[in-house]
Design a protein around this ligand. Sequence first.
Ligand SMILES: Cc1ncc(COP(=O)(O)O)c(C=O)c1O
Length: 307
Amino acid sequence: MGHVIASVRPLDLRLPSPLVELRDDRITGAGLRLLLKRDDLISPDIPGNKWRKLKYNLEAAKKQGYRALLTFGGAYSSHIRATAAAGYYFGFATVGVIRGEEHLPLNPSLDYAVRHGMRLAYLNRTAYREKMSPDVIAMLHRRFGEFYLLPEGGSNADALRGCAEIPGEIDRPFDLACCPCGTGGTLAGLAQGLGPGQRALGFSVLKGGAFLIREVAALQRDAFGAASGNWSIEHGFHFGGFARRNAELDEFTADFGKRHGHSLDWVYVAKMMYGIFALAGRGFFPAGTTIAAVITGFDHGPGLDLD
Ligand SMILES: Cc1ncc(COP(=O)(O)O)c(C=O)c1O
């Protein structure tokens, strides 16, 4: 399916996103095939799972007559950046509520957001923890008027519906779909969109991400009425936790870049890819399995793209 609402400025969305087979002897040697669903190539402005998650939210906001979007994120949030771009291209004012204090000059992510028309507001860490409380939302309404509210990370029922469209775009047979997990929304939608006999495997980028199992199930119940039961989560590849890295991950990513000419986003995608290769090496996947790995975003450079 293409886009659901018309953009007000020229926007080139590459949909369906390309599907390519990665040829690597560590994969073929284990009797596996690995397909890459290149969602990172959908758009430089609204890439990967950001487009998947925003698509039906933009449609809902337009249908309900909203003129503004408001959302939350850390100072390096790629969800904030993508929401600013979505507003710019689809004709919404945008407000980004940022955790912590203002730091000037703005980092490249927030600078991009402001250049695309986003107004920024800052909440100290205590208030930020309460950001979805009626009091904080009422304060934001007093300050910014009416707005369509997107949760931090963008994972709501409409976001899941967008992610559930990914499997339908994969026009080759596959057994297992993989994605990285931050809030779990992408996995929850992806799994919902699978056909009979297919499964999804998420790779948590969080230390202590066990709560994600409850979270993904809750997101699915909220969006689709029931948890789908065809997915699981690997917790062993977070490399110290969110936005943490070590030499082993960096070496893997550098080597992957050399072999395949693809610079992996280290916060999310590299941890999934490392996990897939590690599990393949341990004989975790039955020979004959075709894996479709969703490349949910691209490399924003060191230190960026924190949620
Ligand atoms: C590139 C990328 N991949 C994966 C994720 C994790 O997705 P989710 O929060 O839906 O688990 C994110 C964060 O939204 C991301 O930016």
